[in-house]
Design a binder for this molecule. Sequence first.
Ligand SMILES: Nc1nc2c(ncn2[C@@H]2O[C@H](COP(=O)(O)OP(=O)(O)OP(=O)(O)O)[C@@H](O)[C@H]2O)c(=O)[nH]1
Ligand SMILES: [Zn+2]
Length: 231
Amino acid sequence: MKQKETLLNTMGIDFSHSIDEIGDEHVGTSIDTPLREDAFEMDDDLKIELIEKHFREIMYVLGLDLTDDSLKGTPKRVAKMYVKEIFSGLNPKNKPDAKLFENKYKYNEMLVEKDITFFSNCEHHFVPIYGKAHVAYISNGNVIGLSKINRIVQYYSKRPQVQERLTMQIGNELKEALGTEDVAVVLDAHHMCVSTRGVQDVNSSTVTSFYSGKFERDENARAEFMKYISL
Ligand SMILES: Nc1nc2c(ncn2[C@@H]2O[C@H](COP(=O)(O)OP(=O)(O)OP(=O)(O)O)[C@@H](O)[C@H]2O)c(=O)[nH]1
Ligand SMILES: [Zn+2]
């Protein structure tokens, strides 16, 4: 068997940006995605270049012929998809701008945005999680553009996730963006790590919830929310 260095040379891979050199500092609280302090020192172009190289190595090790027409562009495609699409929510520069409006209509009931489709990825296996998010809030003087609620859900989904953390990140962000404690979030999702491998259960789904303010204190508020989302 060829030595590792020879194999890497064969693939033209430069590991001068080895992950060992990047450091292993982990900052933040448990609700935060575990990111290193230097997470955004590299720009997107360099990230794409490095992921492409590493993914090429994975494919090579799997024995795939990287000169094949259909496969040769795959490492680059995967790298771009990771950085610009499915993991773009790791970077705070992609956080949606949640502009608020004054609640001039004095609408004081709950607002429910339901059946928000989201796609995320399980941080244990890097395979998709997909499902619906249902969100409610009661205005504390401000209202938010409806699409911004969907965008907040999508932003936090575009990270390697566990569903519990995703639920809490969405809930906390809405509380902060809206300046109200009265927020509820329910996610109902399928994990492809459960359906397509491992236990291979294609029917189960996972429901998680976040209740704050009135939704935490008042059973009637929770019941009303449940009625609207009919779970
Ligand atoms: N709590 C939680 N667990 C998750 C989530 N996504 C995946 N998991 C679970 O994480 C666990 C990882 O368990 P391990 O035993 O380390 O991994 P594994 O050997 O691949 O486990 P199996 O899936 O049972 O084959 C599995 O039970 C997954 O179903 C999530 O969002 N939340
Ligand atoms: Zn998983």
